[in-house]
Design a protein around this ligand. Sequence first.
Ligand code: NAP
Length: 275
Amino acid sequence: MSSETNGSPGSVLVTGGSRGIGLELARRFAADGHPLVLVAREEEALEEARRQLESEGSPSVLCLSVDLAEPGAPRRVYREVAGSSPPVDVVVNNAGFSTHGPFHRSAVGAQGDMVRVMIEAPTRLSRLFLEGMVERDRGGVLNVASTAAFQPGPRQAVYFAAKSYLLSFTQAVAHELDGTSVRVSVLCPGPTGTDFQERAEMDGVRLGGEGPVPLMSPARVAEVGYRGWRDGQRVVIPGALNRIGALGARLTPDSLNMRVVDWLQRPPGQGGQEG
Ligand SMILES: NC(=O)c1ccc[n+]([C@@H]2O[C@H](COP(=O)([O-])OP(=O)(O)OC[C@H]3O[C@@H](n4cnc5c(N)ncnc54)[C@H](OP(=O)(O)O)[C@@H]3O)[C@@H](O)[C@H]2O)c1
């Protein structure tokens, strides 16, 4: 069942929809006839995404160039599309990024931006859009977290913590909406082949595709995420290895989990914890 049950397909708003996993999720929703609203900062990348999606037959693609780290950005996004027809029936909170390295040496501004983009923006966008979804009794929210959500993550401390917040927050809201037709899910991909690792300066580390965890394609992640959300699954983890890893982290003391993460954060040939 998709969100067009009560009439024409509603719009789908995808933050970080200009590239990577967000672009693939947008593509997947468009294939089911949903008009799109893409939110990201870089206008050129947004326009390129719009051209691609329209050439593939997407119904309509509206691009909003917005920095979600700016105060008030979620409300500005909401105002841009409030009252539009068809209404926004689905919000995909996907925008995200990370720094890499010890917290005390990280860029001070970047840490605050991570909190605003990956905690504050998804929370506020969910609040602003969910009320109408519940009134219409259709649509929902798909939050993109990570397998990072399942344990603390040395060298990406804020990123792992932000994804844990999204996992907890999404499950609680989904529980509140049990018994409605509004679906709320959290997608927890493992390492995925996008620009993310290069932008986080993680190239060459085990977690960036050089180690035991292979990179999954963003199209595969999006397909599994889309189906999981559509089928009402609350927590969606693409890939058997990632599901085993997430379960393993739940059953293992965090002191040990963090040693493993620290090791994964290094290039092959390097151990953990030496600075
Ligand atoms: N790749 C992985 O290994 C992996 C694994 C698990 C989870 N994830 C999660 O998946 C999501 C998508 O990541 P990806 O791998 O597709 O990375 P990506 O290719 O780097 O795409 C990130 C998207 O977020 C947007 N974005 C970043 N900062 C923003 C800001 N301040 N305001 C608005 N938009 C912003 C980017 O556009 P602009 O830069 O133009 O703003 C881009 O569209 C993220 O939440 C990430 O944490 C990724």
